[in-house]
Design a binder for this molecule. Structure first.
Ligand code: FES
Length: 333
């Protein structure tokens, strides 16, 4: 027999033995071979794709402050993401995954023979799936996108590395205090009955955390400012950062007693969690969760009666976190 015939014969024997082994394997199956359901697999893949798209949309909306209705869009996209993911799991469970009910408990791992059978059941359960690659890709993408959507809001806890700008305040010696419309405040504009919001004059963004200042006028005799601040309150007018040192809400309430002899003294109050600050004593915290006083702006009155800053805030404005409680405010401009 020539070597060519020997090769052909060997090939025939090999193919025959492979076929026989496959038939044996089919015969030894534990889980019956299920017919594939390609349409259901495509439906699951589409649902997983939608899950991924909405998770990514959530991250985009989270990162884009400039769009209107940001909160609603974030809620809608995250809700849709979980809805489609749940739908994908339900459709997969009902139509693709092989289900088997056994009367006895699965054997404890340890018996190699039984363990092999469990492995075989798991392996064979997926035999009916015809588009494993597609489902693996869309499923992996959906899980990765959901993971990213869950982790992304951590960035909202605050800047971890670039904290410098949160310590900045746009105040410096000589800068006038103006109202919301840019009209400079005169000391005579400030009455003792209420409080006023002031901003730095000039080309300064009002949204800077150190920009808004709350002004109140108190009796000179009531002032007990910390050492070194005796000349920071001309005519009893004191100015403090308007941003609460607890979680950054605006100080929007002024407690002014109508019957001073029996009621508590004037106080600046944050409406979010009712941190209360005593303006007569350097805005020290007298109630609530804030951990430090409101930074004070040193004030002076110029020759024309206008209120001007004598310098920067006494400390970094805004909520406290990590090291921001220590150190002075930095100049923003
Ligand atoms: S943010 Fe002001 S008390 Fe919480």
């Amino acid at each position: 027999m020539s070597s060519v015939w020997r090769w052909i014969l060997g090939l025939v024997v090999l193919i025959g033995s492979l076929r026989r082994r496959r038939q044996e394997r089919e015969h030894d199956r534990i889980v019956e071979k299920a017919p594939g359901n390609p349409r259901a697999e495509v439906a699951v893949a589409i649902l997983l794709l939608l899950t991924t798209l909405f998770a990514v949309a959530f991250i985009v909306f989270l990162a884009t402050d400039s769009i209107g209705g940001q909160t609603q869009l974030m809620g809608a996209t995250l809700g849709a993401c979980f809805l489609f993911f749940a739908a994908a799991l339900i459709v997969a469970a009902k139509t693709i995954i092989a289900t088997e009910e056994i009367e006895e408990e699965y054997p404890e791992p340890g018996n190699p023979q039984e363990q092999q059978e469990v492995d075989q059941i798991i392996r064979e359960s997926g035999d009916g799936i015809t588009r494993k690659g597609l489902l693996r890709t869309t499923g992996g993408a959906a899980i990765a996108a959901i993971g990213a959507a869950i982790v992304a809001p951590i960035a909202g806890f605050g800047p971890f590395l670039k904290t410098r700008e949160l310590q900045q305040a746009p105040w410096h010696r000589g800068r006038r205090l103006v109202d919301e419309k840019g009209k400079p405040y005169k000391a005579s504009d400030i009455s003792s009955e209420t409080f006023y919001t002031a901003y730095p004059e000039g080309d300064v963004s009002k949204s800077l955390i150190g920009a808004p200042i709350v002004l109140v006028r108190l009796e000179m005799s009531a002032l007990k400012l910390p050492p070194g601040r005796a000349d920071w309150a001309p005519g009893g007018i004191v100015g403090y950062s308007k941003i609460c040192t607890h979680a950054g809400c605006a100080i929007a309430l002024y407690r002014k007693p109508l019957f001073p002899t029996v009621e508590p003294r004037p106080a600046l109050v944050c409406p979010c969690h009712y941190s209360t600050f005593d303006p007569a004593e350097g805005a020290k915290v007298i109630f609530g969760p804030a951990g430090r006083p409101l930074p004070q702006l040193p004030l002076t009155v110029d020759a024309h009666g206008y209120l001007r800053a004598r310098g920067n805030l006494s400390g970094p404005p805004g909520p406290g976190w990590w090291g921001v409680r220590s150190g002075p405010a930095r100049n923003a401009s």
